[in-house]
Design a protein around this ligand. Structure first.
Ligand SMILES: *Cc1c(COP(=O)(O)O)cnc(C)c1O
Length: 369
């Protein structure tokens, strides 16, 4: 049998699917170049990693790894419900918030339907859309941010989901709460609105984010958040959706019974209680953002003002070339050509030392091209 036949057996959307390309792992670069001093500012991870409370919680349950986790996520859901003033029935836990995005596509979208998202928006939206064979409708961005009016105009009778990332990754652009509220309110009742707030913790320290109160009036709204970014638990994979009980019930029907592992559940619950680690993270981010943008200014580079824990800088030349040169210096950042931003690189905020190493490497690289 000819092996290429196998591809023709895949469902149509999957045949054309280009897999998500993750940030390069440190170990991979070590293997390839034999470098030892490597810094990774590529995946918007927390430069301090997990907090003490999360680590202690993991230690405490290691002896129970032979048991299945609590498939209902009782403690974590309750902790989130208390924190946000919601009912536990409004919460869906995911293996990362990416899983929530996928559950939404699987539960609500069929091949004849359309899914709206912005140009330069998070790469997982087109992937989950295409995987279910639906049509992704890409709306041109406005100054790198979402053009909510244009996105509304793109809604048709076939639209089932609209993805809005606030802030967006990889641009870091932030929409006003008022414009968001108006947009969600203007959606017809057959459209599920996914408001992706993966970077919520970095925004809420400087601006009022009141999207949760909208859940009362918008039963078609689902807000997704994650423990991967500000909470430093990217490796454990925990995210969640906040919605009407009806949306949560529907997502729960397609969810795998044990989609969150037991270490992830206890670590996330403990992390919610670690205000100190979160504050340290957010403060470091504020300072690091200032450090990087000052550095860009010194180098005569422009960047897209960002509300996240990353910033995309315009190199006015191939980002991929600069990325490759930075790799050879042991610095991993993120090329964003797949986001139609070929001249930008996205840099995650690191520790002050990591930021300084990156800026020096960038200066050296730019001198030599
Ligand atoms: C990182 C990210 C996520 C999801 O991350 P998980 O690790 O799956 O929780 C979702 N949306 C955006 C915009 C992101 O940048």
């Amino acid at each position: 049998m000819n092996n290429t036949i196998i591809y023709s057996l895949a469902v149509t959307g999957v045949q054309q699917l280009v897999p998500y390309k993750a940030g390069k792992p440190i170990e991979e670069l070590e293997r390839e170049l034999g470098l030892t001093q490597i810094i990774k500012l590529a995946s918007n991870e927390n430069p301090f990693g997990a907090g003490k409370k999360a680590l202690a919680a993991i230690q405490a349950v290691l002896s129970e790894l032979g048991l299945y986790p609590d498939g209902s996520g009782y403690h974590l859901k309750n902790a989130l419900a208390v924190k946000y003033g919601l009912d536990a029935e409004q919460i869906t836990l995911g293996n990362g918030s990416n899983e929530i995005l996928e559950l939404i596509a699987r539960a609500f979208v069929t091949p004849e339907l359309e899914v709206i998202f912005s140009q330069h928006a998070f790469a997982v939206y087109p992937i989950v859309t295409q995987a279910v064979g639906a049509t992704g409708v890409v709306v041109p961005a406005l100054n790198y941010g979402h053009d909510l009016d244009a996105m509304l105009k793109a809604v048709t009778a076939k639209t089932r989901v609209i993805f809005i990332a606030n802030p967006n990754n990889p641009t870091g652009t932030l929409l006003s709460q008022a414009s968001l509220e108006a947009c969600i309110g203007a959606l017809p009742e057959w459209v599920i609105c996914v408001l992706d707030e993966a970077y919520f913790e970095f925004v809420s320290c400087v601006e009022t984010v009141n999207s949760i109160v909208w859940l009362k009036k918008f039963p078609n709204l689902i807000i997704t958040r994650t423990f991967s970014k500000a909470y430093g638990l990217a490796g454990l994979r925990v995210g969640y959706g906040l919605s009407s009980p009806e949306i949560a019930d529907i997502l729960n029907r397609v969810r795998q019974p044990f989609n969150n592992n037991s270490l992830a559940l206890v670590a996330a619950t403990a992390a919610l209680d670690d205000a100190e680690h979160l504050q340290l993270t957010v403060d470091n981010n504020t300072q690091g953002m200032a450090q990087l943008t000052e550095g860009f200014k010194t180098l005569g580079l422009e960047w897209i003002p960002s509300a996240g824990n990353f910033v995309s800088v315009d190199l006015k030349q191939s980002g991929q070339t600069i990325y490759d040169a930075l790799l050879r210096k042991g610095v991993i950042v993120r090329p964003v050509g797949v986001y139609e931003m070929p001249n930008h690189l996205r840099i995650s905020i690191g520790t002050p030392e990591e930021n300084a190493v990156f800026l020096q490497a960038l200066a050296d690289v730019l001198k030599n091209v």
